[in-house]
Design a protein around this ligand. Structure first.
Ligand code: NAD
Length: 302
């Protein structure tokens, strides 16, 4: 039986929106090459062999290839000392032909994440995690917007979602998703100008707050957390969550679940992102845009 969806429900399809961004970038690279210039180059470092991280880095490298960027994948052993990673980052910082550097998180316990983030040259920090870039974001200065929030903004732009004056509820306050998306949505920028409520693990009355949300960004990492009774009719739902949930019937032994109970929330929504196939794909689009930006900044400053 067909499900009854909100009469104008838009599926915020990451495949379509990301393809549009990638096609634009592909054209820009082709133009650079036609002018005799080199292509932008992204270096990705992975430490250890966490299954999800492997998938993410493989996808980042593949997407670079698809649009004509150069890329280098550097693999380091799970047991390395922090200094090995710091040395590797230094080499990439000093390398004229590396425009963007990305260290895939999480890192093994012996390595301090903040130390690594701060070792990356802010001009090559295409993940936008360096405090210099995070600070610029807060002040509304040009910077590298962290890839996932950037991807969400690109998604809102692509689907022409009205945000001005809306109440956006962000669930999660991490440095990589919740905090930066809450800043962007409240900023005086296109697809911003929302009134934003940031919720987290100590928030009381989360359900009541969510019910006030015209836009809800779910980024807490709890599969199918946001249920239909927490969402008002006609809300725009952005599901950032990606969790591998064991499932013996699935080919890989697990399924990817978002933070939203899609089947029950979609019928009430005006627009909703699927998982997979939503924000994850836009994250890569954001990363690629940052890499081209890093490349362009380098040559503009000369
Ligand atoms: P995190 O663990 O760093 O942060 C989770 C946040 O959720 C915290 O701020 C916490 O306070 C809040 N939280 C936890 N339980 C809560 C509850 N019951 N009620 C309200 N708030 C609660 O996670 P993260 O790195 O921000 O990632 C969140 C999710 O997004 C994860 O599933 C992650 O895999 C996914 N993710 C997806 C992408 C993508 O490209 N789509 C990128 C990054 C992260």
């Amino acid at each position: 039986m067909q499900k009854a969806y909100f009469c104008h429900m838009i599926l915020l399809d990451g495949k379509i929106a990301a393809l549009s961004v990638k096609n634009e970038l592909k054209e820009q690279v082709a133009k650079l090459r036609a002018d005799g210039k080199r292509a932008p180059h992204l270096a990705v470092i992975i430490v250890g062999n966490n299954g999800a991280s492997e998938t993410y880095v493989a996808s980042k490298v593949k997407n670079c290839e698809e649009i004509g960027f150069g890329s280098t994948l550097i693999r380091l052993d799970e047991t390395i000392d922090e200094t090995v990673l710091l040395d590797q980052i230094k080499q990439l910082n000093d390398n004229e032909f590396t425009d963007g550097i990305l260290v895939q998180l999480p890192l093994p316990k012996q390595i301090k994440e903040q130390k690594i983030i701060q070792a990356i040259d802010p001009n090559k920090d295409v993940d936008g995690f360096h405090p210099v870039n995070a600070g610029k974001l807060v002040q509304g200065l040009p910077t590298f917007i962290p890839a996932t929030p950037y991807g969400i903004m690109l998604m809102l732009q692509y689907f022409n979602i009205e945000t001005k004056g809306k109440h956006a509820v962000v669930i999660g306050r991490s440095n990589i998703v919740g905090r930066p998306i809450s800043i962007l949505l409240s900023s005086n920028i296109p697809n911003g100008n929302c009134t934003v409520t940031v919720c987290h693990s100590h928030t009381k009355n989360l359900k009541e707050i969510c019910l006030q949300g015209d836009i809800i960004v779910a980024a807490l990492g709890k599969p199918e957390f946001l249920k239909a009774d927490m969402v008002k009719e006609g809300a725009v739902i952005i599901d950032v969550g990606i969790t591998r949930v064991e499932d013996a019937t699935a080919k890989k032994g697990f399924r990817i679940k978002g933070d939203v109970a899609f089947d029950e929330v979609a019928p009430k929504s005006a627009a909703i992102t699927p998982v997979p196939g939503g924000v994850g794909l836009m994250t890569i689009a954001g990363l690629l845009k940052n890499t081209l930006q890093a490349y362009s900044n380098k040559y503009q400053n000369r």
